[in-house]
Ligand binder design. Sequence first.
Ligand code: PRX
Length: 651
Amino acid sequence: MSEQTGGIDNVMQETRLFPPSEEFASAASIGSLEAYQQLYDQAKADPVAFWGELGQQELHWFEPFNEILQWDEPYAKWFVGGKTNVSYNCLDAHLDTERRDKLAIIWEGEPGDKRTLTYAQLHSEVCRFANALKSVGVGEGDVVSVYMPMVPELAIAMLACARIGAIHSVIFGGFSAESIADRNNDASAKVVLTADGGWRRGKVLELKKTVDEALEKSPTVESVIVLKRTENAVEMVEGRDYWWHDLLDNVDDDCPAKPLDSEAPLFILYTSGSTGKPKGIKHTTAGYNLYAKKTFEWVFDHRDDDIYWCTADCGWITGHSYIVYGPLSAGATALMYEGAPNFPEEDRFWDLVEKHQVTILYTAPTAIRAFIKWGDHHVEKHDLSSLRLLGTVGEGINPEAWIWYHEKIGSERCPIVDTWWQTETGGIMMSPLPGAIATKPGSCTKPLPGIIPAIVDESGAPVGQNQGGWLVMTHPWPGMLRGIWGDDERFKDQYWSAVPGNYLAGDNARCDEDGYYWIMGRIDDVINVSGHRLSTIEVESALVSHPSVAEAAAVGRKDDLKGQAIAVFVTVVGAEPTEELKQELKQHVRNEIGALAQPDDVRFTNALPKTRSGKIMRRLLKDIAEGTESVGDTSTLEDYSVLAQLRAQDE
Ligand code: PRX
């Protein structure tokens, strides 16, 4: 059963191995394990030189850098003394190449409206909007909050900020006025970009109205620029609010990219801590740009004829790095979709894949589990043969969901890249290179070249093979966060104090006999049953392997005898939530993992509480399992009614 270790017990027994097909591998830019290993070893021998060489090759330098890395732990400066511009690297760099008239963005709105932009057209739009920003007084170092629907103007706005050295802070369109005000104030935002509305499940999300409310408590904001998207009535405040199109009327499309210091801040992105106020993760110019570009090329094995679709929202780091900055720096064609996956029907994603002949699809496990629940017939209506590569991000993917994705979406043909990374890491850290590394369902496999992870115990000592422990990074990398906006103490304390000299990711993981990494969940979520430390994802994966379970969350609740007992929350598919099923699920986990992991409580629920980015909020579930009222930050909760439902059915 379980392998008892000093750290966290490893109870997951997943032995299936999926090597890339010969066809895929032979066409891939890194097409064998040996090729990966060679690159990895070369980078590991001298990571600074490795990144230095790539930095030199991959970015445009207005002025060359004179030092690759200045490392004064925990403060990193990459490509010191150099001057570049992210917007230049994403746009201008392609204009004298064949990519000039290649599509950069293919966009579809939720109602079905479409737009395309070539690199030349996108360049021109970005220049015009950069001039519009200047016309309301935005300059280098000013913070611009962006609260917009997923329309091309959102990417245009980000690139326009980057072009003139303004710092964007994109706020996901589902956040409340309170959350916007908090973020405006924390960053001293000068301008807010928004729209009259955005489409979501056939309804208008009234973005401008929410911004108006936020601005009652955002004293630093001087102007608001409003895009017309949904044509609903909005109030415009004279002298403060401007229509996007009016500003564009008065500008031209000449706006050279400003040479910016390598370490000039590019953006702030707020991410919720498990408690308390949101953290503004700071990323800067050159290192982030290089990292987003190279990781995009490696992980997605990008080719010029790919149609790449990342289904994330630009309000998350995935949208920053793998809709905008990575793909555009690499000269890719990216599909962008505005709305919900189940509008007008549950087959919308598959309709988009078929219509736009998508070749690479990058989505989240939470979406995959929803597709499974909605039923295979939605998938089977569509021809998905254009797909050649699939990816996941955001949380661990349970092996059963992985297999469904592999069979139903990938027709057992497409490799799956399970990418592990964080807002803080700027880009993907561990993932299969699809032509080189055989995949194991549930494992993010191996670190990317230039990334040197370790798994350690609480004293910082490395743990052995297959032993769970803290995942740390032992060497700086170019995409790493440069701090928490305005909170150095929290930055040092949270990431750099637990294991001196190492970046603490906050996740538990283990590394198996083949050097494959398995993420075991957040450190705070470990369940301790009678001294055995179990990871949430392993219990959840055991549950999801039962045919009646669509989704599951496991938490530890206090227990006088065992320290903690396991409580699980389960959504069922194709079955009634009966007492018999409860008993069956308890037994199922016992069979899959062992008696130790048998849940004491099983609760059925129609939905699990999730953050707006789709992560299960186990902290809230723990409070419910223990019968205590929840405290702390619930501002990221997607659907409040879920909590009420769960509380109502105490065992
Ligand atoms: O716990 C890990 C989980 O998501 C966390 C990072 O969340 P965020 O900053 O919102 O970024 C999400 C998009 C990169 C991680 O600490 N996580 C992310 N990807 C995976 C994952 N857990 C397991 N497997 C993954 N592939």
